[in-house]
Design a protein around this ligand. Structure first.
Ligand SMILES: C[S@@+](CC[C@H](N)C(=O)[O-])C[C@H]1O[C@@H](n2cnc3c(N)ncnc32)[C@H](O)[C@@H]1O
Length: 281
């Protein structure tokens, strides 16, 4: 039984960060005409009603999407992301927040396809209903790490793999590093985006060591911290590992994070970092 339900967290700062960058990765793949494949290993519900009592419980979206929604100085790079949210809502309201499946699906071309994987039975059922009849998308009730074996390499030989774990089990960082090593062995040229929460420094250094020990090259690490250390117990920040980022992504990410970090930071705290955890090799 999975305890984590993303509806409690939908639209929080971590969603804004990961989804805005995810859009750039898809746009990067679209620069070539040949078809590509997207695998979302932890797909969630697909769409979230922010008026639902679970979303309202801690109202995390108020410190996330609500802080940037309605801003008039949004850099161009965010346009596909904001369009995806606008596409779910009437006029300029913010009731529905799209998850990664809906955001990515809007950006796919008729030649591209997407595989969505979710382990929570109920959420997977809702996801299936949301994408029912969509010939470019298939939905699977399955473990995301198994999916990395089952669906890679894709026949297209081009693709984006988004791994967005809920980190509700012990040793998830280890599982992630191992899953990534297995997946990369099967499909070394894929673009991988792996989200993680920032925990205590010792745990983070251990995770980085596990990732570099895989021997995978071209890993860009992006981290956003939105709270001063003394602020409280909540998640202070999060990161994204991007393996084989498309040409131009690093510069886009720099500019986007320079805008996002002050927009999402609490009481002027926080920081950002973009770093090559592993180079060309
Ligand atoms: C952070 S949420 C995903 C949000 C989604 N990727 C998005 O951006 O909209 C993590 C999801 O992973 C699911 N999950 C947890 N463990 C899983 C596993 N081993 N395999 C697949 N899904 C899992 C949870 O039920 C939850 O819906």
């Amino acid at each position: 039984m999975l305890a984590y339900r993303h509806l409690f967290h939908a639209g929080n700062f971590a969603d804004v960060f990961k989804h805005a960058l995810l859009c750039r990765l898809v746009e990067g793949l679209k620069k070539k005409a040949s078809p590509f494949f997207v695998l979302d290993t932890h797909a969630g519900l697909g769409r979230y009603d922010l008026t639902h009592e679970w979303a309202q419980k801690n109202a995390e979206f108020k410190n996330g999407i609500a802080l940037v929604w309605g801003r008039t100085d949004v850099p161009e790079a965010f346009v596909p992301y904001f369009d995806a949210i606008r596409g779910e809502n009437a006029a300029d309201t913010l009731r529905f927040y799209p998850g990664s499946p809906r955001i990515v699906r809007r950006l796919l071309r008729p030649v591209d396809r997407m595989v969505l994987v979710e382990l929570n039975k109920k959420d997977c059922h809702s996801l299936g209903a949301l994408f029912g009849g969509d010939r470019r998308t298939t939905v699977h009730l399955m473990d995301g790490y198994q999916a990395l074996k089952a669906f890679l390499p894709p026949t297209e030989r081009r693709g984006l793999i988004f791994v967005d774990s809920s980190f509700d089990r012990a040793r998830e960082f280890e599982r992630l590093a191992k899953g990534l090593a297995d997946a990369h062995r099967r499909f070394a040229t894929g673009v991988y985006a792996v989200w993680y929460p920032i925990m205590e420094p010792l745990a983070m250094r251990a995770f980085e060591r596990q990732i570099t020990a895989t021997g995978i090259h071209k890993i860009l690490q992006l981290e956003l911290l939105i709270q001063p250390r003394a602020y409280g117990d909540g998640m202070r920040g999060c990161g994204l590992l991007v393996i084989n980022p498309p040409f131009g992504f690093e510069g886009e990410a720099q500019a986007m994070m320079a805008w996002l970090q002050p927009a999402l930071s609490r009481e002027g705290g926080g920081s950002r970092r973009i770093y090559w955890l592993a180079g060309e090799g």
